[in-house]
Design a protein around this ligand. Sequence first.
Ligand code: NAP
Length: 331
Amino acid sequence: MKLNVNRSAVPAKSETPKVFECGFLQLIAFIEGKGVAGESGMIDAETELYGVIGNPVQHSLSPMIHNGAFKRLGWNAVYLAFEVKNVEEALRGIRGLGVRGVSVTIPFKTEVLPFLNKVEGLAKKVGAVNTIVNREGKLIGYNTDCDGALEALEHKIDLRGKRAVLLGAGGAARAIGFGLKEKGVPLIVVNRSRERGQGLCKELGCDYLPVSSLVRMKRRELEADIIINATSLGMYPRDGVTPFPKELLKKGMMVMDIVYEPLQTKLLREAQEKGCVTVDGLEMLIRQGMAQFEIWTGRKLGFGQIRKDLRRALAREDTKTHSSGRKMGKR
Ligand code: NAP
């Protein structure tokens, strides 16, 4: 049976399960000519469905990564963004409808864990899942944030013998912290909430530094080669702030900011002024997406093309944001 393109075929808003409302509207836009799926360029009865579950998701960049890749490979699939209220219901829907795989974003990376059939080793250790694959009704959880971040770093620096300061202790910081630990990189965690910061340090076997001590520190006292911002500080609309004092930045340091809205954060601007090597948030975003795509399809994607597409999209969003004051959402 062909998928009906007629708008009247979509249930009225009140009948639509909340979890699928956002996805239906995108599907219509997709069918109406904004995308192509299989060889014939049409969505048909064999089209595979993928997506991202999160809240908010309207401005997620993941549909662009995955639909762009499906299109380039001629893979008969679409990827939609589902704004989810109840994650248990959403996962039931994924099993029931045979959705092949989903990305998981804020605030569900931890919440999905009890509803999965299996959680792979690293995701279990990190305590967060950002990728789910549906293998014949069994949902298996992975974490590709960790590899995405580590690959972004290793692309620019040899981690052997380096020491790192990790800013943040939330979901992304946990993934990066466990990745650094596996690579044998000594690290210090700095976090606003002492309890969360110390909790992560206990798991990682590393030291915790309160934000107040970091701010008071002298440059010569800080022994670090790599600074990673895994907090949401510096993200739009609070893009005028930085999580790390400029005075502590040194020439030759590696500074990575995983925030990508804006792409050029205040931290990265100041790091460049001080002669540091910088890595922006798209590096991790693209690499975690490439790893997801490989889990779902077994196919490897090229980094360069995705980066070009996303930079163009972010520039467009940036113009819109500045002209309308509209807030962008998260991945
Ligand atoms: P999360 O779990 O909510 O953690 C947020 C972190 O930021 C916590 O450490 C929190 O500290 C800190 N924080 C928030 N507001 C703060 C403030 N006003 N002052 C000081 N610290 C503050 O979020 P997450 O999933 O880890 O994401 C964090 C950021 O990374 C977001 O901007 C997200 O978009 C980005 N991200 C990027 C990628 C990528 O691929 N580039 C992937 C994942 C996430 P407390 O513990 O004290 O609350």
